[in-house]
Design a protein around this ligand. Sequence first.
Ligand code: SAM
Length: 254
Amino acid sequence: MLPKHWVQIGDVLILPLRQELEPYKHRIAEVYAQVIGVKTVLRKGRIGGEFRETNYEVLYGSDTVTVHVENGIRYKLDVARVMFSPANVKERVRMAKVAKPGELVVDMFAGIGHLSLPMAVHGKARVIAIEKSPYTFQFLVENIELNRVQDRMTAYNIDNRDFPGENIADRILMGYVVTTHEFIPKALSIAKDEAIIHYHNTVPERLMPEEPFRTFREIAREHGYEAEKLNELVIKRYAPGVWHVVVDVRVFKR
Ligand code: SAM
């Protein structure tokens, strides 16, 4: 009954615990903390809402802020409130490789810089990172400094729909799920006449592999753009029968 799998982010552990273990949860967390050597243990819970915030119960310790190092990037975050998915690691590593020196990347859903820090650090790209949640934004700003990319990464604490830049981006990151399609017109207005968009969304399995690209292309055409699918990857299972998918799309003005 004790958990055999857990997630460690920096020196914070996220433990999935079955309901039957409720009366023993603090004692179990203490043992895991000591054996694994972490300062805090959280109980795995749900991620939700517009800001994709976690709301994990603290079982052991009190400090939920940590620095997680992955692929040479230092990510500071509050694990109890800000999502950091281990299942997205391949995508974070891939983004470090696709970015090109000097190109302008606009990250419309930056979070703490999950995907765009690797592009600025390893890819030497210039990045505009937009994050709406004021709490998450504080970590984004700190992470830009921690990774010493202030010279090429700028952060905005606004709704990306209020971002004023038009026709400026070589590459756009749309790392969001469920309602990402609603933001396609804004992404197209930020994109140069030709650009690459890394479009994430959640898709019911029965609509794959046509979706999510079909909807993207439809909306792009309505806005005077043609869209070409370059690549498609499954990131992870989102819910039973629903997958989180990313499509790399080349868009160009007709
Ligand atoms: N893009 C990262 C990734 O894929 O790993 C972070 C993903 S996180 C699920 C999405 C982030 O987008 C959250 O931090 C949320 O607060 C932010 N967000 C949601 N709606 C937004 C909007 N309209 N404008 C800017 N940021 C937004």
